[in-house]
Write a protein that binds this ligand. Structure first.
Ligand SMILES: *Cc1c(COP(=O)(O)O)cnc(C)c1O
Length: 464
């Protein structure tokens, strides 16, 4: 088959890219200087760049290509659906077969009481839906004062005005006049960085109880919902202490507020179950989904809502929706993705075989002199780099200096591992095999060794 990919020389592609393409989360000046890496093809867990270099994608794109690259079945379904019905909307009492079939499949896969989905084109849009949904829900229930949503510092819920406000990323709030009113924040359950002298379980309880204190401070009659990622992803793969989620669930049960689990990353097998809510025994009223829903092959997301929420919302016309809510091609691709995941028992394989294998090897990286902590949940994992293992100490150098250095070594060693400050994170495609895990660990170890040697040579192994 003829390739669509433009095969201009890399430098020309980079120059055109720098001249005309504004990148997300990228410093434009840096990009123009260094040139973006041009990815031209991918198969399984392996990316190919415009120089022909093959790179192991330890991040599944942006935490989304759960099923791996190059699945012909998804391409075929997309082409067939485009020929049959490329577009129609789901507004004003119309629908189409792909959206019907996908919503039925999602109701089957999601926890018991979540049986309806409001579609969006991604996670940010779905969380924007959630802001309006929970506020409208309480208004419909005759409690219009319940409008405040409680979130967490360092949460990531998307990049639109609404969803970035819902998130707790200070660098994002600093640009464009965020957050919008009516969002409040509690601290994150990040024991390694913020736990001080407390043990993890005490700390988990302390952080969960901030929710109860915040509800009391705001007045329960003013609080609509609490939103959280079961495991913080973009914040640095922060896996909460075991005590955290049961206490959050207790607080949500004791108070009349909705619980929104943002499962955009943790959904669709990432933590070894279909949803992170199962892994952490959470009973959400609303679940945000995207990313792994289509394995990134088409842009689609949504909000899954409980029977109770659906029933209340059915009482009004929700003046909300996106042109591409339930887009037929994206829905057909997502449905095929889920069909393959079920047929190949991908989630079971992660749970029983590959996640335990990765866990054993990943946790061994915790012995490296550069690493203060190695944590993993299913197929998402993090390392905290440190100048002083015993003390969980941060570096004196600005946050991210050492993480960036390590990430650069990973690139050089043909591994995509992302850094969040001085934490290194991975979330590989769920189809990764044991031998590919061996390769990932080999390359990660080599990169840690090299970055550590450089940090020592540069005098950067100093606690701040
Ligand atoms: C990526 C992400 C989002 C935003 O999804 P987009 O599809 O980029 O809009 C929301 N929540 C979480 C937890 C995410 O990781």
């Amino acid at each position: 088959m003829n390739k669509i990919t433009n095969h201009l020389p890399t430098e020309e592609l980079q120059a055109i890219d720098a001249a005309h393409h504004m990148h997300p989360f990228t410093a434009g000046g840096q990009l123009a200087l260094r040139g973006a890496r041009v990815i031209t093809a991918a198969k399984g867990v392996t990316l190919t760049d415009s120089e022909g270099t093959e790179i192991l994608d330890g991040m599944a794109g942006l935490w989304c290509v759960n099923i791996g690259y190059g699945r012909e079945e998804l391409a075929d379904v997309a082409a067939r659906q485009m020929r049959e019905l490329p577009y129609y909307n789901t507004f004003f009492m119309t629908t189409h077969v792909p959206a019907i079939a996908l919503s039925q499949k999602l109701a089957e896969l999601a926890p018991d009481n979540l049986n309806q989905v409001f579609f969006a084109a991604g996670g940010s849009e779905a969380n924007d839906t959630n802001i309006r949904l929970v506020r409208t829900y309480w208004t419909e229930k005759g409690k219009p004062s319940k409008q405040v949503i409680i979130s967490r510092h360092n949460a990531y819920h998307g990049s639109s005005v609404g969803s970035a406000s819902l998130g707790g990323m200070s660098a994002m709030h600093a640009q464009g006049g965020l957050p919008i009113p009516g969002i409040e924040y509690i601290d994150q359950p990040h024991w390694y960085a913020e736990g001080g002298e407390m043990n993890p379980q005490e700390f988990g309880l302390e952080r969960a109880r901030q929710l109860e204190a915040k509800i009391a401070e705001l007045g329960e009659e003013n609080v609509a919902a609490f939103i959280a990622e079961p495991v913080q992803g973009a914040g640095g793969v922060i896996i909460p202490p075991e005590s955290y989620w049961p206490e959050i669930q207790r607080i949500c049960d004791a108070h009349e507020i909705l619980l929104i689990a943002d499962e955009v990353i943790t959904g669709f097998g990432r933590t070894g179950n279909w949803f992170g809510s199962e892994t952490f025994a959470i009973r959400p009223d609303i679940m945000t989904i995207a990313k792994g829903l289509s394995s990134g092959y088409a842009p689609i997301g949504g909000s899954m809502v409980s029977d109770e929420v659906a029933e209340v919302m059915a009482g009004c016309e929700f003046n909300h929706g996106y042109t591409y809510s339930g887009h037929p091609v994206a829905a057909a691709v997502a449905l095929e993705n889920l069909r393959i995941m079920q047929e190949e028992k991908l989630v079971e394989k992660v749970q029983d075989v590959t996640a335990p294998y990765l866990k054993q090897k990943w946790e061994a990286l915790g012995d490296h002199p550069f690493v203060g902590e190695a944590r993993i949940s299913g197929m998402m994992a993090s390392l905290a780099l440190t100048p002083d293992k015993g003390a969980r100490a941060p570096f004196a150098a600005p946050s991210g200096t050492l993480g960036y250095m390590c990430r650069d070594r990973c690139f050089a060693n043909k591994l995509i591992m992302r850094h969040v400050g001085d934490r290194m994170v991975i979330a590989p495609p769920l189809v990764i095999t044991k031998s590919e895990i061996d390769t990932l660990i080999e390359r990660a170890t080599r990169s840690l060794d090299e970055a550590y040697a450089q940090a020592v040579a540069d005098g950067l192994m100093v606690a701040g």
